[in-house]
Design a protein around this ligand. Sequence first.
Ligand SMILES: [Zn+2]
Length: 377
Amino acid sequence: MLKNKTYNRKKIVTIFFVCLGIFLVLGGRLVYLMVFQSDYYTEKAKELHERERSIKAARGRILDANGTVIADNKTVCTISVIHNQIKDPDKIVQVLSKELDLSEEYVQKRVEKYSSIEKIKSNVDKEKGDAIRAYNLEGVKVDEDYKRYYPYDSLASKVLGFTGGDNQGIIGLEVKYEEYLRGKDGMILTVTDARGVELDAAGEERIEPVPGNDLYTSLDMNIQSYATQLAKQVMETKEAERVSILVMNPQNGEIMAMVDVPEFNLNDPYTLPEGNEGVTEEKKQELLNAMWRNGCISDTYEPGSTFKIITAAAGLEGGVVTTEDQFNCPGFIMVEDRRIRCHKTTGHGPENFVQATMNSCKPVFMKQRMPDILMLN
Ligand SMILES: [Zn+2]
């Protein structure tokens, strides 16, 4: 009997400690979840209950010297699905894959994903967006935003640059003046219950977007267009790889045109010229960078004969030479131990300064006016 009592007590004590152990473990877990993991789960719950939809800010436009818009925005749509509001997933998969030209598996995966809002496709044409909205599918959201659009396609492409998927500048003026052009996105914040149904009582918080600033440039698209035609002609006749033309206002240094042909289409900047199909990703990026490169700014080139304008202007202004001064070009000139040849190796012979400039004659620009006595021979 006594033995039995001790046995029972032992049993009770054991059970007590087992229970205590279990409670300690559970309590510990609770503390861990509520105290240490609190931020993580709060965030998760918020993600599920609060639905954020951004309202894209209109990016500032870029204008030329005459006020012509050369980089503009057009309205496009972003299509998203809200998991908890979907009633007919099969229909949604079928409609969206057909309208958006996406594979059914791709749409299915996003429709089935348990998230508060899932983006299916952005930069969708407005007509397409309207068409999808017309289906009135529950759980499908069509939000409007902006996409960069360049009315002149390839004109001044390397100067203007273009924007990426998030409307951020990638090259050219678009990236240089990003902070002014960008603007500030707005937001629509809605609170939902656990099943994802929007709560009317909680209301909708709306932060309006701030549009970006317009950028006024000194470029003149008429001059740009003429200069581009000229550059293309020269490229063809000289069979050159590249031709650059810069038109500058000498009074203030404003750039009126900057051409670097071949240019590329700003509305389709990731397509390489024909004949580059099937290259590796790495090679493609290399070719794209080369295609976007603005030689007028990024490359150096010896000024060569164009610098004769500076020499001539300095000489005339300093009174060292007059337009009537006589020179003689024997086809070369010795400078120390170097024989520098004129491009006309047989020599231009006797010529005055105007003729020498017209001939782009090297020896004349390298020496001083001849003493009259030397002119005789
Ligand atoms: Zn010469």
